[in-house]
Design a protein around this ligand. Structure first.
Ligand code: NAP
Length: 377
């Protein structure tokens, strides 16, 4: 017999209650949000951890008024939709990224569920039945970041350097470049045997140790002195930026995720040699920042919405075709403690490989609810 679901008025999430509180996060009781015309309310099965979440708790740079519940990557089942939502319906299994100006979907109930989050229609896509809630939850933020960096910049046959190919964004970017965009040569880096192995498994042809190897010299040798067509650097490493910029060919592109060189702390600007290095090569410096779309809702024109829609569709399509598959190194139950431990590891830059998934609702994540085939009658 099909179970009916009653949405509660409130739930206990995981987030922060004071401005710039930082870690540790705490249990936060908030009302279950109501979807506006273009939003979808999702009962969350799984989520994942992103560095963004500890950074928001520390800096609150979106200017939110606490309490704020975190957990922006969402995989779950639709329980309500706004008037203008047409492409998903109540009962559908979906994958989404929560609106960063709103709350996320982590619960403090240790995997027994009860967390709800709204996502905008253009950031919500139906989950293919072949993709688990677990894997689906690892995709939105990291996939969209990698897609934003590479789409329109990489050409089939290019040689690309993607440092940090064992990271959340990095391993998906390597897969995307090698398998979906058909780069000829993908070069990556890591500092641990496991992250080097993940970059290799993800399709990188050459993976260097950024703490040990002289990668600019290695790349010069690999490319007969020419350099790579483009770099996609999602490492947020100021020291690393200066090294990766040296590997771009004349007239190539250096694409950085986020606020870019000299600004990664978000607190103060520091001098960076990157633009001088790129100018010597006549190379382009491109900043890709997903967050600006959320900080400035007015910039969400139809082009931006279309980009996100296409990105979410391709995330599902490429995962289904086996082209871009998230590597989930760890799955933790959604408790305050487990989430704090995971975020501390991400912040320390130690020990996290690929993605850490948070099981918010064990039964929903394991079950077939909402897993009906995409083709509708
Ligand atoms: N603004 C935006 O739009 C946006 C969106 C998404 C993510 N981000 C940011 O992007 C960054 C990466 O996110 P993530 O989820 O991929 O984090 P992650 O999973 O922690 O990955 C970080 C990776 O960077 C590698 N790394 C660190 N320093 C390096 C260096 N000098 N050279 C080469 N690789 C280096 C690490 O490799 P080893 O472990 O092998 O040392 C690790 O694999 C975070 O700071 C995040 O906040 C920004």
């Amino acid at each position: 017999m099909k179970q009916t679901h009653t949405t509660p008025e409130k739930f206990v999430g995981v987030g922060y209650t004071r401005d710039r509180a930082g870690l540790p996060l705490e249990a936060v009781r908030i009302p279950v949000p109501q979807p506006t015309a273009n939003q979808v309310l999702i009962r969350v099965a799984s989520s994942s951890l992103n560095p963004l979440e500890y950074k928001l708790a520390e800096l609150n740079f979106m200017g939110r008024t606490p309490p704020v519940v975190l957990g922006f990557d969402l995989a779950g089942v639709v329980v309500d939709v706004g008037h203008d939502v047409s492409h998903v319906a109540v009962g559908d299994a979906v994958v989404a990224m929560a609106d960063l100006n709103g709350d996320g979907g982590w619960s403090a109930t240790g995997g027994s569920g009860g967390a709800y989050a709204v996502a905008r229609q253009f950031l919500t896509v139906r989950k293919p039945p072949s993709l688990s809630f677990r894997d689906a939850a690892a995709l939105p933020m990291c996939f969209l970041s990698a897609f934003a960096g590479l789409n329109g910049a990489i050409q089939a046959g290019d040689t690309i350097y993607i440092p940090g190919g064992g990271g959340g964004v990095g391993h998906l970017a390597v897969q995307m470049a090698a398998r979906a965009f058909e780069a000829r040569t993908v070069i990556s880096s890591g500092s641990r045997p496991q992250s080097i192995a993940l970059a290799q498994q993800s399709g990188a042809h050459f993976v260097f140790d950024y703490k040990r190897d002289d990668i600019a010299t290695e790349i010069a040798e690999l490319t007969n002195g020419r350099g790579v067509d483009l770099v996609f650097d999602a490492t947020y490493s100021e020291q690393g930026f200066a090294e990766t910029a040296k590997t771009v060919r004349r007239g190539g592109s250096w694409i950085v995720l986020g606020v870019g060189p000299g600004k990664t702390s978000r607190l103060a600007e520091s001098p960076s040699p990157v633009d001088a290095i790129l100018a010597e090569r006549g190379a382009r410096h491109v900043n890709i920042n997903l967050l600006r779309y959320f900080a400035e809702p007015a910039t969400l024109d139809s082009q931006a919405r279309g980009f996100f829609e296409r990105g979410m569709d391709l995330a599902m399509e490429w995962a289904t075709r086996g082209l871009v598959i998230p590597y989930v190194s760890q799955t933790v139950d959604s408790t305050v403690e487990a989430i704090n431990t995971g975020l501390r590891s991400l912040k320390a830059g130690s020990g996290v490989l690929g993605k850490v998934v948070v099981t918010v609702d064990r039964n929903l994540a394991a079950g077939s609810e909402g897993n009906r085939p995409i083709a509708r009658t």
